[in-house]
Design a protein around this ligand. Structure first.
Ligand code: ADP
Ligand code: GLC
Length: 503
């Protein structure tokens, strides 16, 4: 089968979070199963620079200022017209070639995409994201008419959610497209793309899509709701989250429409790309280690503490690592409420993250008050993220909700014991440690109570004192395997089901 992946992120080209890891890793696994996969991404400034680097810095160095070097790209399509209410925009398709058997195309519309941030500054949103991702969706459909219409469009999150909507409304009569099926994967129901009602008209949809049973929600135009209503099948990234989003507590006001589509909704747990995330081979680490020989982890710990300016920490003091987008979703408000009490414990905290100013400030101030015990680096740094995974003893993820979560799964492989809130994928992937029977992989707490979080941290600190038990706990996690082979087969079944329904 031919599957088109439409998403706003994909490693190694553009990433703010786990969506990029998934869109980078699942397609090659599907290719291994014999499928043909094409990925369409916006041609962001970061993508352009990456391709320039690949093509050789020398060539781009010869250009004058302001010259994007358009003449040098390998254009698959020079210009696609995307109409809006009172104007047209023009999108070029750059052929990114095949990587691990997966075909990449980049949609170039410089005035909308040639910028550094994917969505907006500081965890915020550009006001014209409706136009950026509305255009993206329509351009994907148009591009496939030239470059190959797939059996299934696999679209991800709100940014790609208008593809199924266009397909079944504006393009419903298009003979080239009307056999194609659609699957929407919801990576995060907390981000939906809400815009004013007039968006309907600006994106040239018929007004009849703006009703409660379609895209309208509390008098806004809701991208994700459109995807949910119009896709043939829906998936989300863990079984638990698939259940949770059908409830008022987690459904972000989409629980009703999700419940109405329950029969077509599957929870497929994300896998991990172990070619990138394995302490036995990880190129970012000071030393390698395996479950059998854990000795290299000590060196990784020293290297990590050095990177955070905490060289003097005694060996007996465990290190809690954090790598995260700093967003409300991630539960750092719970941490803030017990921060001083955490610092009273014999423990070090190292945090790597960027995002909402509120949380950046919290971490900065916490580190300022306890310079020997808490350190934070406010930036996006992939190499340092690997070092935190390897060099920490524990990994903290107190998320308010977590559709899947990848960092806790990476942590397992790195023998870094997760402390998590029992929600979504965190609950599905981490089992509480029972020292008496040597069973379990981490520490979990329920509710939204900071005391419960502190309780989980205290249980971890206590368990850390028993070296033998702790080593067993580390090894339990390291033995867990969350590769992409299984999930890829589950997705292939979903595609087959969609294709059956469409034939
Ligand atoms: P989410 O997608 O909600 O952000 P996930 O746990 O699924 O959460 O994925 C987060 C991904 O982003 C991981 O690969 C993590 O290592 C990476 N990441 C998040 N923040 C940073 C950062 N500041 N520097 C480097 N990597 C980061
Ligand atoms: C989202 C979720 C995260 C998930 C990731 C990849 O960003 O917040 O839990 O792991 O997507 O599916």
């Amino acid at each position: 089968m031919h599957i088109v992946f439409a998403a706003s992120e994909c490693v190694p080209f553009a990433k703010t979070g786990g969506l990029a890891d998934v869109v980078g890793a699942l397609p090659p696994e599907l290719v291994k199963l014999g499928h043909e996969v094409t990925v369409y991404l916006p041609f962001y400034a970061g993508v352009r620079e990456r391709l320039e680097k690949e093509a050789g810095a020398a060539r781009s160095g010869e250009r004058g200022e302001g010259d994007r070097g358009d003449g040098e790209w390998n254009w698959a399509v020079r210009s696609i017209t995307v109409p809006f209410e009172h104007y047209n925009r023009f999108v070029g398709v750059v052929d990114g070639g095949k990587r691990e058997g997966v075909q990449f195309y980049f949609l170039d519309c410089p005035e909308l995409f040639d910028r550094r941030e994917l969505y907006g500054p500081k965890g915020g949103e550009f006001p014209n994201n409706w136009e950026r991702f509305g255009l993206y969706c329509r351009a994907v459909l148009e591009a496939t008419k030239v470059l190959g219409v797939p059996d299934v469009f696999h679209v991800h999150d709100w940014q790609a959610s208008l593809i199924p909507v266009y397909l079944r409304t504006t393009y419903a009569g298009d003979p080239a497209l009307n056999k194609a099926g659609t699957v929407l994967t919801i990576h995060n129901a907390g981000y939906q793309g809400w815009y004013p009602p007039a968006t309907t008209q600006r994106l040239l949809f018929p007004w009849d899509v703006f009703t409660k049973d379609k895209l309208e929600q509390f008098d806004t135009f809701n991208f994700l709701k459109g995807g949910i209503v119009f896709s043939d099948m829906l998936t989300t990234v863990s079984r638990k989250y698939a259940e949770e989003i059908q409830t008022a507590e987690f459904g972000e006001k989409l629980d009703g429409v999700l419940l109405s589509r329950a029969a077509d909704l599957r929870g497929i747990l994300n896998g991990v790309d172990y070619s990138q995330w394995d302490p036995a081979t990880d190129g970012h680490l000071a030393a390698h280690y395996t479950p059998k020989d854990l000795s290299g982890k000590k060196e990784c710990r020293a290297d990590l503490l050095h990177a955070f300016g905490l060289d003097k920490v005694p060996e007996t003091m465990p290190v809690i690592g954090i790598v995260s987008r700093f967003a409300t979703q991630k539960g750092f408000d719970l941490v803030a409420r017990i921060a001083e009490r955490i610092s009273q414990r014999e423990v070090v905290v190292v945090a790597l993250g960027t995002g909402e100013p509120l949380y950046e400030r919290f971490f900065r101030e916490w580190a300022f008050r306890h310079p020997d015990q808490v350190a934070v680096q406010i930036r996006y740094d992939d190499a340092l993220a690997h070092k935190v995974e390897a060099g920490s003893d524990m990994f903290l993820m107190p998320s308010r909700y977590e559709p899947c979560g990848l960092n806790q799964i990476y942590s397992l492989k790195y023998g870094t014991v997760p402390i998590v809130r029992a929600t979504g994928g965190l609950d599905d992937t981490i089992q509480e440690w029972y020292a008496e029977i040597g069973d379990g992989t981490g520490f979990k707490f329920g509710g939204m109570d900071p005391e419960a979080l502190l309780g989980a941290i205290d249980r971890a600190l206590e368990a850390f004192q028993d070296k033998k038990g702790w080593t067993q706990l580390m090894r339990n996690g390291m033995a867990r395997h969350y590769g992409w082979e299984g999930p890829a087969k589950e997705y292939a079944e979903v595609y087959a089901e969609v294709a059956r329904r469409r034939s």
